[in-house]
Write a protein that binds this ligand. Sequence first.
Ligand code: MG
Length: 381
Amino acid sequence: MKITRVETFLVPPRWLFCRIETDDGVVGWGEPVVEGRAEPVRAAVDVLAEYLIGQDPLRIEDHWQVLTKGGFYRGGPVLSSAVAGLDQALWDIAGRTYGAPVHALLGGPVRDRVRVYAWVGGDEPTELTDQVTAQVEAGFTAVKMNAAGLTSPVVTAAETAAVVARVTAAREVLGPDRDVAVDFHGRFSAAAARRVLAELAPLYPLFVEEPVVPEQSHLLPGLVAASPVPLATGERLYSRSDFLAPLTAGVAVAQPDLSHAGGISEVHRIASLADVYGAHLAPHCPLGPIALAASLQIAFATPNFLIQEQSRGIHYNKDADLLSYVIDPEPFRFVDGHAQRGDIPGLGITVDEDAVRAADRTGHAWRNPVWRHDDGSFAEW
Ligand SMILES: [Mg+2]
């Protein structure tokens, strides 16, 4: 079997899909994308595809080595995301070739269902009580929310109180048996994070995510020591080596993104590395159906898995949502806040190719907003 064609599709709301075709007629799908940087990732996929054409798609690990390291210059979000999507598609082909779901090829299932959480609140959280109530009524046992919108370099008393009020509102709906996770989104300085983490501790968040931006990972040991709240990070880390410092610092939850961190091959290894440090895996996935399908395959095969993000109804999903490009929604039908394990070969979904090709003709140009403080200076989004 040889790879004969690699295509990419830029589809709303902000995703990029890839399709690898073989001379045996077996087709695999992947989702190589960085949100807001889809076009450079598409160009990177095109360059990497030059190598893949004519190759045996089942030599996944060898291809991962060449695609990741063969260009001499390596790493970073664009290249790692391009490799990630291609890697997902190769695993999809392998599963379809062997007649097995990817989790079976990763050592077999270690759980029967995967806990997922739902987003509430958007970037400027308001009316959280109603949103959390709706997610609880939909069966979810955990939600995640942004802590705050635009935030001062050192949080004020009012900003701190507003964060606490939002998380309190969520906790009051959830009760003690469900969970709320809080995403700081790298918007806080380390000083601000220390201050707010202490205030949030009595509300028992499941974890607090990206307490500081990834380039300040050297500050994580102090934050871990200062915070009884478990800390999480990883959506902007792209490899095992990127995760080493945060894990050594004592981060409790590793959040690699299946579409950013080298795909199924590398996230499987990141999970093993996290296990050495007693950390659990909660893959980042505010993305599309292929990224989520890949995430679920990892979740079914990973002992130290905690919880899975998913994007159904997320505020980013304008013009298309998680189910817009799949034939059968069943793999994403959540029962009591959990995805059920299936036995469909490959990634476990059937992509609606006609819908994808039609959407690509529209494309998208999604960019994240650029925020500024009152004085006009740049602010973290
Ligand atoms: Mg996040």
